[in-house]
Each structure stands twice: as structure tokens, then as C-alpha cells.
Design a protein around this ligand. Structure first.
Ligand SMILES: Cc1cc2nc3c(=O)[nH]c(=O)nc-3n(C[C@H](O)[C@H](O)[C@H](O)COP(=O)(O)OP(=O)(O)OC[C@H]3O[C@@H](n4cnc5c(N)ncnc54)[C@H](O)[C@@H]3O)c2cc1C
Length: 502
């Protein structure tokens, strides 16, 4: 049986859910197709032995009033998930014998902290703040980036403010360039701190992170923004979006994998072939949004002519994204030392940066008296493939032990205190999210591929669109929601419908 739709969205991660919800709210007939049994993708959850673990994302930006998630929830007329503000959003322990850095929500507290931690660096932070304020006003005007046609250009120009022309001069600069301008380029401790934080959000260090991107991610913890810890689990974000889809009668199909896409130029529509077990089904749609990483798109396209080769070359040139090793564990609350934040980042000589996320007692992730502890580190994806089964199991066990030991030493936990421990590798991410080779977090935000120079949500293939963490403005649930908004506006404009703003 063939079903005809106006829009088919592939992937029910936050990007796919958000674009499907917006378009369905605007009255288009939308089908959302997800290969996994549930929504959420990298921001989903899984259950194990009575615990609920957040698969990847553990903190949310953009939930404050005026933030991207809030704007979208308001537009969809659904309740925001319950969340508590993270203050401090994270404690960063450089493991250099000095006191850890607490990233406070109140700007005045954060200024005192950084003056104490990084004396002489205030010029750099002030410059970051100025650039961020200019970026933020621009981003809130919903620009369309990268620009591919007249409509995109008109949206870009509408969003521009005079100060953006000045910050535009920094398009090709890095955070290190700003450090140099401000005389902080020799401050090794500051650079170590920035490297740890930037890697989490931009996949790059100070030498490579685009200045315009880095300045904004370094200000996300402070008022008027803030980072949030969701009550119950990260799944509540996806569940809220699913609720909106149900209210607007959009169709969500789980356990259905899209296997091929073919454009029928005579009928001006896409044929989308999916499978669920042995059952093959075909959908027809005028527009298709592909939300998983674009590196997996081309193998789905049946037609290898025309733009295919050129686009193939473009995708091949994208920087190789990272993979992640994620340690999921649980323990009695009393076994964990008291930390005044849900997030703790520390450096381990062998493993590099470990980013720890702790649940709150009674927040729905673990039974009363217990908490979950999730630790993530970056890894090169290729290290985890091309191994025999035995080699893979051995490597995985070794890493589980190393990560476990690093955490035990840091927080004085004994091996017997763990009530649960397991590790996921890029292979598990590939299985869970169907992301090629388990790559996570989108494209490194260096000046070569950031913003105007990035991959566009418009593809060269008519009616085939992209959104998600490889598209402007980048990774994170807030970033992919922005990309979902951009693609929704582009599709609405392409159909000659009235432009909308949130
Ligand atoms: C370890 C880790 C920690 C992170 N921490 C944070 C954090 O604290 N805060 C934050 O904001 N972000 C964080 N992120 C990043 C964030 O999770 C992602 O950037 C974001 O969730 C990506 O959403 P997406 O919709 O673009 O992609 P995905 O979440 O990958 O969703 C894509 C969906 O498409 C489906 N799919 C793929 N192929 C097919 C197909 N052929 N047919 C049908 N369906 C398909 C997948 O199953 C998946 O559900 C983290 C990521 C990781 C891995």
C-alpha cells in the first residue's frame, strides 16, 4: 500500500520531532518515520534494572522564557517539560591541585569566580560577552544560514543588526584569536578550561573553535539563558513534542527504517521505501526532511545522477565527527560525595576529559536513596569498528574498567558501591540511533564549516531537506530545534504559504 503525504520526516530525534510538530501545527499532513522503537535519538533514554538512563544529552539549553525550546512549545501550545535550573551548571576540575571552577548562573557570581580563577582574563570575557550579545539578537531574529537562494538571503538580511556587521569581521577568527587580542593567549590554565568546555559544545578546542560560535556557547550557563535538568528524564522533551504531533493528527511510525529515497520527476514527488521486519512499505511525499547525520543520506538515494556526485564530494569534505563512550551507572546516594551541581567535568591523565551527569534523588531516574551517574568521554569512532567480537568485548571491558576506576578515585567510591555499571561505544550508538559509525554531536564548529560556510538545510535535490546537529547552528537539543525551525520556514515559503515567526 502506498500513502501520500505532504511531508515525510525521517528520524524522531529532537530535530525530526520539532520540524514535524511545527509543520503539522501549520496544517500540513506529516508522517514521521523512526527506525527505533521510541523517539528521542541521542536525547532519548533507556531503562535498565529499575533505572532510567539518559542515552546522550543530559542537560538542556533554551528552556528559559524566550529560549528556542520555550518559543517552540509556546507556538505548539503545549506545556514545557518540568525542569530545574542548573546553578552552578557545571564544576570543572582541572586536576592541577587548584580549586575547581564553578560555572554560576548569576553573572556577578560568575564574574567573581573567573576573576579569582583566571586573573587578568576579564578583557577576554568582556569581548566574548559583547560578541555573544550581538550573535544572540541576530539568532533570535531567526536568520536562515547558510544562504542558498533569494528567500534565504532576505531572511538573513531581516535578521541583521548594525552590530552584526562588526562581529562579521570575526567570521574566520577562532577563540584563540580573541585570547590573543586580549593578551590572554599565554594563560595555560584558562586555555585548559576553555578547551574542556568548548570540546563539549563545539567538538573543537580554542585553536579551532569559531570565535562567533564559541563566544555564545561560553555564555549559555548564565542569566538570561541557563542550562536545565529535566525532571523524570530527557525523554520528557520528546514526549512533549509527541503530544503536539498527536494533537495535530500527525502520524508517527516507530520501528520503521527508511531504506531508500527516489525522486519521481514526472509526478514531482519522493518515493520513500521503509521496512519493518520483513514488511516493506512505500510513502509518497512532496517534501522529505532527513534529520539523521547527512553522512548517511547518500546511500539511501537511488538516483546517482545529476547532483549526486557533487554533493557526495561536499559531504566527504566534512570534518570527521567524534564518537562517545558513555558509562551508565547507579549507586546509593550516600556513597557519592556531596557535589553542588548535577555536572562535574574533570581531567584524567589517560582518558582526557570526563563529563559526569548526576541525577537528583527522587527525580524519577532511580529509586529513592539512589542516584544514576553517567560519564561520557570522546573517542575516535574507527577504533571501535573492524574488530573481531572477542577484540571488541575485551576493549570494551578494559574501557569500562578504566572509566570506572577514574570515577572511583575522583569521588572516593569503592568498586563494590556500584549497583549498576555498563558502557556504550560508537557501535551501540550506531545501533541505537542509526548514526553512521556512531558519530555524535554534529560537525566540529571551526571557521571553515561554521555558520555561513556550513552545510545547508537545502540540498541540491528538489524537495529534500536536512535538519539536525550537522546543520546550522549545530549540536544540542537547542541547536537542532533551531535547525528544525529554519527548515520548517523554508518549506512553508517553498509552498507559497504565509511566512511565520515564533
Ligand atoms: C554522549 C552525548 C552527550 C550529549 N550531551 C548533550 C547535552 O547534555 N545537551 C544537549 O543539548 N545535547 C547533548 N548532546 C547532543 C544532542 O544529544 C544531539 O545533538 C541531539 O540530540 C541530536 O538530535 P538530532 O535529532 O539531530 O539527531 P538524533 O538524536 O541522532 O536523531 C536522529 C533520529 O533518526 C533516526 N534514524 C536514523 N536513520 C533512520 C532511518 N534510516 N530511518 C528512520 N529513522 C532513522 C534515529 O533512530 C534517531 O532517532 C549529547 C550527545 C551525546 C552523544
Amino acid at each position: 500500500m502506498i500513502e501520500n503525504k505532504e511531508v515525510v520526516v525521517i528520524g524522531a530525534g529532537i530535530a525530526g520531532l520539532t520540524s514535524a510538530a511545527i509543520l503539522s501545527k501549520l496544517g500540513l499532513s506529516v508522517t514521521l518515520i523512526e527506525s527505533h522503537k521510541q523517539s528521542g535519538g541521542c536525547a532519548g533514554t533507556f531503562k535498565r534494572k529499575g533505572y532510567i538512563f539518559d542515552v546522550g544529552a543530559t542537560q538542556v539549553a533554551g528552556l528559559e522564557s524566550g529560549g528556542i525550546h520555550s518559543r517552540i512549545f509556546k507556538f505548539l501550545q503545549i506545556e514545557k517539560p518540568m525542569a530545574s535550573l542548573l546553578d552552578p551548571s557545571c564544576i570543572v576540575d582541572l586536576n592541577d591541585g587548584s580549586s575547581p571552577i564553578q560555572i554560576w548562573y548569576e553573572p556577578s557570581k560568575w564574574i567573581s569566580e573567573r576573576e579569582r580563577q583566571f586573573p587578568g582574563s576579564e578583557k577576554f570575557w568582556k569581548l566574548c560577552n559583547l560578541i555573544h550579545l550581538s550573535n544572540w539578537e541576530f539568532a533570535n531574529n531567526d536568520p536562515v544560514i547558510p544562504i542558498r537562494n533569494f528567500w534565504d538571503l532576505s531572511q538573513f538580511i531581516n535578521a541583521l543588526k548594525p552590530q552584526n556587521l562588526l562581529t562579521g569581521l570575526l567570521l574566520k577568527s577562532t577563540i584563540f584569536d580573541l585570547l590573543k587580542i586580549c593578551g590572554s593567549d599565554q594563560d595555560k590554565r584558562l586555555i585548559k578550561f576553555l578547551n574542556l568546555q568548548l570540546k563539549l559544545y563545539s567538538q573543537e578546542n580554542v585553536y579551532k573553535t569559531a570565535a562567533l560560535y564559541g563566544c555564545t556557547v561560553l555564555q549559555m550557563s548564565q542569566r538570561p539563558h541557563g542550562l536545565w535538568h529535566l525532571k523524570n528524564s530527557m525523554q520528557s522533551l520528546s514526549s512533549a513534542l509527541e503530544k503536539s504531533l498527536k494533537q495535530t493528527n500527525a502520524e508517527i511510525l516507530f520501528n520503521q527504517k527508511v531504506n531508500s529515497l527516489e525522486y519521481d520527476s514526472a509526478k514531482n514527488l519522493w518515493k520513500i521505501e521503509t521496512s519493518k521486519g520483513n514488511k516493506v512499505k512505500e510513502y509518497h511525499a512532496q517534501d522529505v526532511i532527513y534529520s539523521p547525520p547527512p553522512q548517511g543520506l547518500l546511500k539511501l538515494l537511488k538516483d546517482k545522477k545529476d547532483y549526486y556526485l557533487k554533493y557526495h564530494e561536499r559531504l566527504k569534505k566534512l570534518p570527521e565527527p567524534s564518537g562517545a563512550l558513555v558509562f551508565y551507572a547507579a549507586l546509593k546516594k550516600e556513597k557519592m560525595i556531596n557535589i553542588n551541581s548535577n555536572h562535574y567535568q574533570f581531567v584524567n591523565k589517560e582518558l582526557g576529559s570526563l563529563f559526569i551527569s548526576l541525577s537528583d534523588e527522587g527525580d524519577g531516574r532511580a529509586p529513592m536513596g539512589e542516584i544514576t551517574l553517567i560519564a561520557s568521554i570522546f573517542t575516535k569512532t574507527q577504533e571501535w569498528f573492524d574488530l573481531s567480537k572477542d577484540q571488541y568485548i575485551l576493549k570494551k571491558d578494559q574501557h569500562l574498567d578504566k572509566i570506572s576506576k577514574a570515577i572511583e578515585e575522583k569521588f572516593y567510591i569503592s568498586r563494590d558501591d556500584w549497583l549498576h555499571r555498563e558502557l556504550s561505544t560508537p557501535r551501540a550508538f550506531e545501533r541505537w540511533t542509526n548514526r553512521p559509525r556512531g558519530i555524535v554531536g554534529g560537525i566540529g564548529q571551526n571557521p571553515e564549516v561554521f555558520g555561513l560556510f556550513g552545510l545547508s538545510s537545502r540540498t541540491p535535490f528538489k524537495g529534500l531537506w536536512l535538519c539536525g546537529d550537522s546543520i546550522y547552528p549545530g549540536e544540542g537539543t537547542a541547536g537542532v530545534s533551531q535547525s528544525a525551525l529554519i527548515v520548517s520556514r523554508q518549506i512553508i515559503a517553498s509552498k507559497g504559504m504565509q511566512n511565520f515567526n515564533l
